[in-house]
Design a protein around this ligand. Structure first.
Ligand code: GLC
Length: 478
């Protein structure tokens, strides 16, 4: 079955968040189950792209409103990812290093709509010309959510109308909202259908995709339920579309995330050699950050944004840093500038107990998973969350808020077969309580070791979820 994934991100080509990890792994696992899945994404001007070779499969020009623009579709020659990777080169639109934001100013690009609309138009023009057309078009998030709209509404794509489209919502906080005038940049459609693009009087790409795709998926069961009452204004739409919606939990790429072979960590370890392996990785990690390895190490990795509850961390950590209790904390991530300042000030003030790397650093992330005792995720919203699964694979106990995918993957140690620490309310008090339970668990060496072994053994690989996707594709193409 020929499945094409359209996405703005794909690890390791270009990554901002978990979307990249999913798109970089799922197609490979689909192909292991004898699908024929590939990825189509924009060609950014970044390091990965410049270090890899591409061959052109098609070049041409396409319309964006009254304008014509040139494009090239290229395939990565060496096929390094385990699936064919196609990049769409649109000079003037994507030949910049950032995916969504300008690295220097930190702001979004002024022509976001034009960028992703052009990308989607080229992809559809290409499918139009293909002899063997895709059997499923799988879109991810709002950057590719106009594809289901254009396929069903634009006269230009009439020949593609019968192809089932899937739209996966990785994050419903972002919709891609623009002025309605932008609709005239899309290939011609019946103006009476303008309402399909509309939500609250504006052009809303995610809403348009949700209304017109064949199937909506999101990345966990709990998040699917939550969207109906918490999706940044789209609640009613999600409620209305439940018939064609389902939650499929993400997996993790266990080839990349494997403490036995991970080239980015200090010492390899298996579940059997867990104690020695964790000890050595922790020693190296604490050394790097100037922390004392005899205390429990609690880390946070992720974007420093409201959604992830990162704004709660300074107060939460200070509760412990200002008391005689001995515990240390590590933060890795970028985001909100005021949080950068706060973490910077805390690193200066609590030397030996707190440190932060305010950057995106993939290999340091691996070292933190391997060397920490606990990983904290106090998210306000968490569609799936991958970090808790990476942590567990590395024997690091998750402390998570009971929400979305976190709720579906972490069972509290308070229940008979539990293996993580969870809390319900988004309050400082509830989070403090959870951290305290982590510290207490750490004091109980035997229990802690048992849980570590247990979580390293859990299966979060893509195998089961890839099967669910295949079943869904089959149902759609019947
Ligand atoms: C987004 C979500 C995260 C999810 C990821 C992959 O980044 O915020 O929860 O794990 O997408 O689906």
């Amino acid at each position: 079955m020929k499945i094409v994934h359209l996405s703005a991100e794909c690890y390791p080509v270009a990554k901002v968040g978990g979307l990249a990890d999913v798109v970089g792994a799922l197609p490979r696992y689909l192909n292991k189950q004898s699908a024929n899945a590939s990825v189509v994404m924009p060609k950014y001007a970044n390091e990965w792209v410049s270090e890899h070779e591409f061959e052109t499969v098609l070049s041409g020009s396409a319309p964006l409103g009254h304008w014509q623009f040139d494009y090239r579709i290229q395939r990565e020659t060496a096929d390094t990812l385990g699936f064919p990777l196609y990049v769409i080169d649109i000079p003037g639109r994507f030949d910049r290093p950032g995916v969504y934001t300008d690295e220097e100013s930190g702001g979004s690009y002024w022509d976001d709509f034009e960028r992703f609309a052009s990308f989607q138009i080229v992809a559809l023009d290409w499918f139009n010309r293909m002899e063997e057309k895709p059997e499923i078009i799988h879109c991810h998030d709002h950057h590719t959510a106009l594809v289901p709209f254009m396929i069903t509404q634009s006269y230009r794509y009439m020949d593609l109308k019968h192809i089932p489209t899937v739209l996966t919502v990785h994050n419903a906080e972002y919709h891609g909202v623009y002025d309605k005038e932008k609709a005239y940049l899309l290939p011609h459609f019946d103006e009476r259908d303008m309402g399909l693009l509309d939500w609250d009087g504006r052009l809303n790409c995610l809403a348009a995709g949700l209304k017109t795709c064949w199937e909506i998926t999101t990345v966990s069961h709990s998040y699917m339920n939550e969207l109906a009452y918490n999706s940044n204004g789209l609640e009613w739409l999600f409620q209305n579309e439940t018939q064609k919606s389902r939650g499929i939990i993400n997996g993790i790429d266990t080839d990349v995330w494997d403490p036995e072979t991970d080239p980015m960590i200090a010492e390899h370890y298996s579940q059997r050699k867990m104690a020695a392996g964790k000890r050595e990785n922790k020693r190296v990690l604490c050394d790097r950050f100037g922390l004392d390895p005899q205390y429990p190490t609690i880390s946070f990795i992720g974007r420093l944004v409201h959604e992830k509850g990162a704004d709660m961390l300074p107060d939460l950590f200070r509760t412990y840093l200002e008391s005689p209790q001995s515990v240390n904390f590590i933060v890795l991530g970028t985001g909100d500038r005021s949080l950068h300042h706060q973490f910077q000030a805390m690193s200066d003030r609590f030397v030996g107990y707190f440190d932060a790397t305010l950057d995106y650093n993939e290999s340091l992330a691996h070292q933190i998973y391997a060397g920490s005792d606990f990983m904290i995720m106090p998210s306000r919203v968490e569609p799936c969350g991958l970090n808790q699964m990476y942590s567990m694979r590395y024997g690091t106990v998750p402390i998570v808020r009971n929400i979305g995918g976190l709720k579906d993957t972490v069972v509290d140690i308070g229940t008979s077969d539990g293996y993580g620490i969870t809390f319900n309310d988004f309050t400082l008090h509830a989070a403090q309580d959870a951290v305290q339970r982590a510290i207490d668990l750490f004091q109980d060496g035997r229990k802690m070791a048992g849980i570590r072994k247990r979580i390293m053994n859990l299966d979060f690989s893509w195998n089961a979820s890839a099967k669910e996707y295949i079943n869904m594709y089959k149902q759609l193409s019947e």
